[in-house]
Design a protein around this ligand. Sequence first.
Ligand code: AMP
Ligand code: MG
Length: 354
Amino acid sequence: MKNMLLLISLAGLLCGCAGPATKYERAGVAMGTTVGLTIYAPAGEAEELADQVQDLLDETEQELSWRLQDSQISRINASAGKQEGYDLSGELAEHLHLLWQVSEDSDGAFDLTIAPVVRLWDIDRWALEDAEHLTGEIVPDKAQVAQKLTLTGYERVRFDEGSEDETQGAGERIYLPEGYMLDLGAAGKGLACDRVLALLEGRLQGQTGDPAARGAILSLGGNILTYGSKPDGSAWKVGITDPENPGDYLGVLTLTGTNFVTTSGDYERYVEVDGARYHHIIDPATGYPADSGVRSVTILSDRGMLGDALSTACFVLGAEKGMQLAAKYDVEILMVTDDGELVMSEGMKKVFTR
Ligand code: AMP
Ligand code: MG
């Protein structure tokens, strides 16, 4: 018997097998929203990995939150109006370029500089407090909205190569006009999902043992990442929320391998004042919640931050232009219109079931 055990553990050592995958689930909070994480990996490995995912989400928030004084975004915002601009790290420069490009390609429906208007509406407060107990003015007056709109407009953000002078920093620089602010509220969670994917790939892929027995699904607010596969080989199922009845699903996406599914919906964050509903997705053309005839937009993509930005952009654009923008970026899209109709790209039709 003893020999037998020795043999088994020796065999384990030789093939590097870490034992059969088990299902490990964890729920928590990060980046101001709820996190659900399920990992299929050998016992022990999964728990440690879940800790690393949580740390990564917390680090991403530290870096991106405009509320934290020391974050990169706060420092960029503090540089607004300064001649020398702000020296970006390589990774952030790439992200901000992409978000600028989505702003441009959506004709400003997504605007990476919308923050002054979002702050005026105090949208973050809606999430922190029970909307019923919100006090004070919720709907700003028109003049205030118009004034804040003058501090927005992605077109006026400038990027250029860093200075030769080392003391000025050698990376790429960003220049914001006076009074401008960046806020990655519409894309930061998608970016965090991209980073989690890189972590999972680094940890779960290329290991000895059975890689097919490793997979994970992360849900971060409206953002979902699927990775790898379950031990039984069954597909990932991602429910599409019914905007009219957010406790229910309109249908399900059946997916395999790596996917990012991002939803922007008017039911996710809103307040009701005198019978009118105000939600958290602002039309940069008006400064008021977008009213484009859709109630939710889901993007299926292989890039998290891009999918997140596009879901917000397409929500503001509405069904027709939203379909065009999704096609331009080669992502799949599903929109629920005000009448409850579903508008989908061809690729989305293949994975959606009612
Ligand atoms: P999402 O839920 O991904 O659609 O992102 C909505 C969040 O992004 C809001 O809570 C705001 O912080 C911010 N936001 C709202 N409207 C826009 C917009 N048109 N462009 C960029 N960010 C926006
Ligand atoms: Mg988004």
